[in-house]
Design a protein around this ligand. Structure first.
Ligand code: ZN
Ligand code: ZN
Length: 248
């Protein structure tokens, strides 16, 4: 619909408010507000664990080298995991607005930022399929959507890599992970996921997509399942990731 002259004049005096997708503050003209742009640039300058992508600060490494304690102690079922930044501050708030307040429109800008990460990584950019972390049917019904699938759909558009929506299915709910030890978590998650059609997975380089990577236990179990099914390279890309020593 055409704007009236009055509305057009109002737009000049009061330009449409643009909202930064990360901090929800005012963002004049571009995707991110200047503070969040700087925040992401700073994260991109941090030393990260080459395996799980845990952020280690600008000076970076621990005494044991650049591989984080968690990956050093126990091997990972995936080849590599990466994220836009650690799950803290405004990035955590953005995930909460998407996931718990149901602001589904946020998937578009957050997915675009994840696509930037995928394009700049030599291994991630080789992915031939995107697999969103599934919710159990009960959880998905209650929430009304799967945030991992929304993000994967955005990445599909940006990267021209197909989403395999039901490639991995969660067949039963698992108790809250925080109440369990690491070993209990792994046992708890085993057998929660199945691959209904192995032909979709076999011989492929796959990126698992989710909103958050914290302990990595969910991504690890899905990686095991994909590996058993014949995937050749298994990567994970999340909007928010972890820090050195967090939950390790
Ligand atoms: Zn911002
Ligand atoms: Zn690591």
């Amino acid at each position: 619909m055409l704007k009236t002259l009055f509305e057009a004049a109002l737009d000049i005096v009061f330009p449409p408010r643009q909202v930064c997708p990360i901090c929800a503050g005012h963002s004049p003209g571009s995707l991110l507000c200047p503070a969040c742009r700087k925040r992401l640039d700073d994260y991109a300058g941090e030393i990260i664990c080459p395996v799980c992508g845990a952020f280690g600060g600008a000076a970076g490494v621990t005494a044991g080298g650049s591989i984080c304690p968690h990956c050093r102690r126990a091997g990972r079922a995936f080849d590599l995991a990466r994220s836009v930044g650690p799950y803290e501050g405004p990035l955590r708030d953005a995930v909460h607005r998407l996931k718990y307040r149901g602001i589904k429109g946020l998937a578009s800008p957050l997915g675009a930022l994840m696509a930037d990460v995928a394009r700049s990584d030599p291994l991630l950019s080789q992915a031939r399929a995107l697999v969103p972390v599934p919710l159990s049917p009960d959880r998905e019904r209650k929430r009304g959507f799967n945030q991992a699938l929304l993000l994967a759909r955005e990445l599909e558009q940006h990267l021209q890599v197909p989403v395999l929506e039901r490639a991995v299915v969660k067949i039963r709910e698992t108790p809250p992970q925080a109440e369990l030890s690491r070993q209990e978590r792994l046992v708890n998650l085993t057998n929660a996921f199945i691959v209904p059609n192995p032909d979709l997975i076999m011989g492929k380089k796959i990126t698992i997509i989710d909103d958050v990577f914290t302990t990595g236990s969910t991504v690890s179990i899905i990686s095991h399942v994909l590996r058993q099914t014949g995937a050749t390279v298994i990567m994970a890309l999340t909007f928010a990731g972890t820090r050195f020593n967090a939950n390790s």
